[in-house]
Design a protein around this ligand. Structure first.
Ligand SMILES: *Cc1c(COP(=O)(O)O)cnc(C)c1O
Length: 419
């Protein structure tokens, strides 16, 4: 590190401590990575993937074998009946929107059981104000069950709300998003599913799986969730997919989503892959490993910044359910310093200086560090910090641990310089 980057002696010794403390957790991460990589390889072999799967289609894209095979491979990896993986999903929010509009009908009720959803979903739901074209605008009633005082699912309140409201869809957000609550482990998701299904088997359980893929050995669809969705510029794109999203789950529900994705009656039959199949295959193939590298970066950052005296969540030794690491830097100067430092250690745009801005879909000014090969990719080392209490930065990603460590050290150096 020292021969390529100018790291102070103070930081260098903190780095050494953080590395040695992280080691046992790296070993646990490697075990999950290996399991998930082999699961992916098995699915590729069973599906007889070959060069012809990467051939592009144009126009309507009828009979795109590469596209259809990858849907089946993804379903197999996620232990789901069916899946849709498309570069044409513009973002995670778009993918979740297609899924929600796919399965909900006017007059239906949707109940989120993990507190307030991710910022960009608020407009989709139309729950704070009636956004034009939102679910509320189409007559879908929304309500939510708050998390308990420890930020955990409140099973008693969930049971009560499900019984009282008889919702058609129960919604779970696995990752913390821009909040400080813990992310939901697979066993917690399983417990919510059991609680809900014990009341009615007909309730559809949908999971926002963003940032959670390949962090554990199972996915929500393997423990009772009926449908889940996520973004390909996070974990499952493996840092290779240039854009896109996926939906996986029960085949009748995936079919409804396909009708919403293109047109009712047409569904998944159309959608030219335009030559993106190869990137999506390679992305999924690399995703477990890259997710593991991102997890190592998160553990290391937790270790380093707690050595520096900051509160971090999750802590180094906590069980992780997503790739996000929050660091409480306590004031906006340090948030800005952190993001500038991280940016300066990025492989792309390292010479740029991030500034706080009014980002569409977010209420407060946000500063971001993003020196990525793919614009906005957060499986690549990146950080977001809304300039508001409690002045936490949310850091995630890292295509490989070695360079993520360098970026984190650059961020730490900038923070150390602000006394
Ligand atoms: C990233 C994310 C989304 C979708 O965000 P996009 O920026 O639209 O890709 C939704 N929910 C959670 C929890 C997320 O982390």
């Amino acid at each position: 590190m020292l021969s390529f980057f100018n790291i102070s002696n103070e930081l260098s010794s903190l780095d050494e401590k953080a590395i040695s403390k992280s080691k046992p957790y790296f070993e646990q991460i490697d075990k999950v990575t290996e399991y998930n990589q082999l699961k992916v390889l098995r699915a590729f072999i069973d599906s007889r993937v070959s060069e012809s799967n990467f051939a592009p289609t144009t126009g309507y894209g009828y009979g795109d074998k590469g596209r259809d095979d990858l849907d089946a491979i993804l379903a197999k990896i996620f232990g789901a009946e069916d899946a849709l993986i498309r570069h044409t999903f513009a973002s995670g929010t778009h993918t979740l929107t297609v899924a929600l509009f796919g399965i909900l009908r006017p007059g239906d009720k949707m109940l989120c059981v993990t507190g307030r959803p991710y910022d960009t979903l608020i407009g989709v739901l139309g729950c704070d104000e009636r956004t034009d074209g939102s679910l509320a605008d189409f007559g879908v009633e929304y309500s939510e069950v708050a998390l308990d005082e420890n930020g955990r699912p409140d099973y008693t309140e969930i049971e009560k709300a499900v019984k009282e409201q008889s919702p058609q869809v129960v919604y779970i957000q696995r990752s913390r998003g821009y909040s400080l609550r813990p992310s939901l482990s697979i066993s917690e998701i399983e417990k919510i599913c059991k609680t809900v299904k014990a009341i009615s088997k007909d309730i559809i359980i949908m999971v926002d799986n963003c940032y959670g893929e390949f962090v554990e050995q199972k996915e929500p669809t393997e423990v009772g969730a009926d449908l889940m969705a996520g973004s390909l510029i996070k974990n499952p794109g493996g840092g290779i997919a240039p854009c896109g999203g996926y939906i996986a789950g029960r085949s009748d529900l995936v079919e409804k989503c396909a009708y919403r994705m293109t047109a009712p009656g047409v569904g998944r039959e159309v959608g030219a892959s335009l030559g993106h199949n190869r990137e999506l295959y390679m992305g999924i193939f690399n995703a477990p490993h890259v997710t593991g590298e991102a997890l190592k970066a998160a553990v290391y950052a937790a270790a380093l910044f707690s050595e520096m005296g900051y509160d971090v969540t999750p802590t180094m030794d906590e069980k992780r359910a997503d790739i996000i690491q929050a660091i409480l830097l306590k004031n906006s100067d340090r948030l800005i310093a952190f993001c500038k430092g991280l940016q300066s250690g990025a492989p792309v745009d390292s010479h740029l200086t991030p500034e706080p801005w009014d980002m569409p879909g977010y209420d407060d000014k946000v500063i971001m560090a993003a020196g990525a090969f793919t614009l906005g990719s957060s499986i690549e080392l990146s950080a977001d910090a809304p300039l508001r209490e409690p002045f936490a930065v949310w850091m995630q990603g890292g295509l490989n641990f070695h360079t993520a460590r360098a970026g984190i050290l650059m961020a730490a150096e900038q923070v150390l310089n602000i006394k």
